[in-house]
Write a protein that binds this ligand. Structure first.
Ligand code: NCD
Length: 322
């Protein structure tokens, strides 16, 4: 694997290898010195054309913990606002010798273009493209689920029921999760009002439902999605109140979940819209843990793509200190 563009590009062995590597790297965060020498002398560029809090700082923390040199590029305040194209921006970064380019872009397909047109020699990692995909988010979500739910001896999520709720139409997180969870053996149910399910969802490896209450009863994990008002150019539901009443998660509705089930959200949350504040802060909510796990998963992706680990390498990536 040279790039990470889509969760659909990962077969089960690739996905499990990333999750297992992340498991080894998770411990680095609790060491007094949170740094490994693995990517010393390598350059990682964070190329962000769209706003981001946790994904950008998560990739930055991951690259720094592996001792890479990190260049942060955000479109605001750069020559992109003077009309510079993605191609010219990429060529400029290439001239600086980027070993990995982490790209978030408002247009679906931008990371694929960067990789396939060979505007950079570095590994391209998709950090969210338009409404298309966000593979590292799906990996950190699967990692979090596996830690809580996987049966003894199962390296995937065989037979687990995952319910993904809300604005699927605009969600790159939902698509990447559906693909990866299917690869790992989980059963995915998408719950949304009909207006917020994308055309063509029939071809996804999922079931769909309009009834949240019924879907919660069998869920091992429920993932609430943000209502992406900034991408909405029409009214997709009558009112915020109506949406929360039918598709929001509150403590009364949470009682329908099995006792072992976990509550997830990729963030940023609209508290009071798709999730109430008391559910977001509930003991069964793993939302903050998802953020912590995100750093380990991104370290694993960088290590496997840029660290030059040969395919049969069995050495421990968490060995040694900087
Ligand atoms: C998501 C994103 O940007 O795709 N957030 C994230 O990466 N943690 C989801 C969202 O914006 O709602």
């Amino acid at each position: 694997m040279r790039h990470l563009l889509s969760a659909g590009d990962l077969n089960r062995a690739d996905a499990v290898r990333i999750l297992d590597t992340a498991e080894e790297l998770l411990g680095v965060a609790s060491r007094p010195i949170k740094k490994l020498p693995t990517l010393r002398g390598r350059t990682v560029v964070n190329l962000f054309f769209e706003d981001s809090t946790r994904t950008r700082i998560s990739f930055e923390a991951a690259a720094k913990r592996l001792s890479a040199d990190v260049i942060n590029f955000s479109a605001k305040g750069s020559s992109v606002s003077k009309g510079e194209s993605l191609k010219d921006t990429a060529l400029t970064l290439q001239a600086m010798g980027a070993d990995a380019v982490i790209v978030r872009h408002q247009h679906s397909g931008a990371p694929h273009r960067l990789a396939h047109m060979q505007w950079t020699n570095g590994a391209v990692i998709n950090a969210g493209d338009g409404t298309h995909e966000h593979p590292t988010q799906a990996l950190l979500d699967a990692f979090t689920m596996r830690r809580h739910l996987a049966a003894e001896g199962d390296d995937g999520l065989e037979g687990k029921n995952v319910t993904i709720v809300g604005d699927v139409l605009h969600s790159r997180v939902a698509r990447s999760n559906a693909l990866l969870l299917h690869t790992l053996g989980a059963k995915v149910t998408l719950v949304a009002p009909p207006t917020l399910l994308p055309v063509g969802v029939e071809s996804w490896p999922v079931e769909t439902s309009y009834d949240l209450d019924a879907s919660l009863e069998k869920a091992d994990a429920v993932m609430m999605l943000r209502v992406q008002a900034e991408r909405m150019n029409a009214s997709y539901f009558p009112s915020a109140r109506e949406y929360s009443r039918r598709y929001g998660l509150d403590t009364a509705r949470m009682k329908r979940l099995p006792d072992h089930a976990i509550v997830m959200h990729p963030g940023p949350m609209n508290r009071g819209m798709e999730i109430t504040a008391d559910v977001a802060d509930h003991v069964r909510s793993v939302i903050v843990e998802q953020v912590t796990n995100g750093v380990a998963v991104r370290m694993a992706v960088l290590y496997l793509l840029v660290g030059g680990a040969p395919a049969d390498d069995t050495s421990d990536p968490a060995e040694g200190t900087a």
